[in-house]
Ligand binder design. Structure first.
Ligand code: NAD
Ligand code: ZN
Length: 361
């Protein structure tokens, strides 16, 4: 990506200039802590939130290379980008770096990047010295609307996604939409998969808004993307607040993820592509189980945002991975289905029935 000479000017995207220079803050209470959201903000405000000398930024090479000048004066650890590095050995490297920097209990770890960076940041900060404060500046749509919100932070183990991790809230989340100026098109698509997920399970009005738009229109409209991101952050926050430790409502956020996670690492798909396929199959399964009638509308919207839907995959192998899903309880798996657009539900489905359903779509 760094070598790809991707340039904003060439594809005519309006730059987010001087966007959000205020310090508007909202505070959200979770069970054990509260999180400050600075969503109309800018990177420069980070200095006002954390003590620069007592903070370490964790980012990846892409974000660092595109935005190098912004990081001057900060302690920084730069990781190689990629989901394949969201593993324990990367966490170990970060821990060693932190030790080398003499980071202590009062050091704040600030993750600036996509979901891989926010996950590694939250995970390492939760275990380093039994827990240090951390905050996020998400720089992808996906990380803004999803990965940075809710306090789940995990790493992958082999093909098993997020198999090891923690639930611990960051101290703050700060958005600076200027980062989106350098986000490649495929990463916009990736992020819109989670936006569509939110619309499917909870927000029929947002679903309709998405139907009348496209990535192109959102990339052009500074206000529309800003509003859409915030709507999604607050939607996810509401769901998580009701059920931080995933006993009920929060499970809805796994719409498309059970099958999606099984596909993601096996076929080297992006997270968004994988859950897009997962949502397609979950919508069709919903038609068979809940009487949902609009699977076509869901697949049409996914296609409109350049996301994959029905796909060839090795049903048996994928099912073997899917059986290890964290949502499995004995011989049943809690599957997220749709009653209608904007209304997700969780239904336990016996594994044998699920295998049958997926094999026949
Ligand atoms: N913890 C959670 O609740 C949660 C929720 C959803 C997803 N996730 C995790 O998030 C990850 C996916 O997130 P992602 O898609 O953001 O992945 P990512 O962190 O790999 O970022 C995608 C790519 O975009 C690059 N990038 C990031 N910001 C950029 C910018 N502003 N300009 C240019 N390039 C930029 C990155 O270097 C990377 O190559 C997965 O590991 C997934 O499991 C976690
Ligand atoms: Zn996801």
């Amino acid at each position: 990506m760094v070598n790809g000479e991707w340039s904003i000017g060439q594809i005519g995207v309006i730059k987010f200039l001087h966007y959000g220079t205020g310090m508007k803050k909202t505070t959200h209470k979770f069970s054990n802590s509260s999180v400050d959201y600075y969503l109309d903000s800018g990177f420069s405000h980070l200095r006002k939130i954390v003590d620069q000398k007592n903070a370490v930024i964790l980012t990846d090479e892409n974000v660092f290379n595109y935005h190098r000048q912004r990081f001057k004066g900060w302690n920084i650890i730069v990781l190689v980008p990629g989901e394949e590095f969201k593993v324990q050995s990367t966490a170990d490297i970060v821990i060693e770096e932190l030790l080398g920097m003499e980071a202590g209990r009062k050091t704040t770890l600030v993750g600036i990047g996509g979901g891989v960076i926010t996950d590694v940041t939250g995970y390492v900060a939760s275990v380093y010295m039994r827990g240090i404060p951390f905050g996020f500046i998400p720089t992808t749509i996906l990380a803004m609307v999803d990965a940075s919100v809710g306090g789940k932070n995990g790493i992958d183990v082999g093909v098993y996604k997020n198999m090891v991790g923690t639930i611990r809230q960051p101290k703050f989340i700060l958005h600076d939409l200027i980062f989106l100026n350098t986000l490649p098109q495929n990463e916009w698509e990736n992020g819109f998969a989670e936006v569509i997920k939110h619309a499917c399970i909870k927000d029929a009005a947002m679903f309709r808004e998405l139907e009348t738009n496209s990535i192109r229109t959102y990339r052009k409209g500074k206000k529309s993307i800003c509003d859409l991101i915030q709507r999604n952050v607050f939607l996810k926050t509401r769901v998580v607040k009701q059920d931080e430790f995933e006993k009920g409502e929060r499970r809805l956020l796994n719409f498309g993820h059970t099958l999606g996670h099984a596909l993601e690492n096996m076929y080297d798909l992006s997270h968004g592509q994988a859950i897009s396929i997962g949502m397609t199959y979950a919508s069709v399964i919903s038609e068979k189980i809940t009487g949902f009638k609009e699977a076509n509308r869901v697949t049409k919207l996914l296609q409109q945002y350049d996301l994959p839907t029905f796909s060839e995959f090795d049903r048996k192998k994928v099912f073997d991975i899917l059986k290890m899903d964290k949502k499995r309880e004995k011989n049943e798996i809690n599957y997220v289905l749709l009653n209608k657009i904007g209304k997700g539900i969780v239904k336990p489905i016996p594994l044998s029935q699920l295998e049958n359903l997926i094999s026949n779509i």
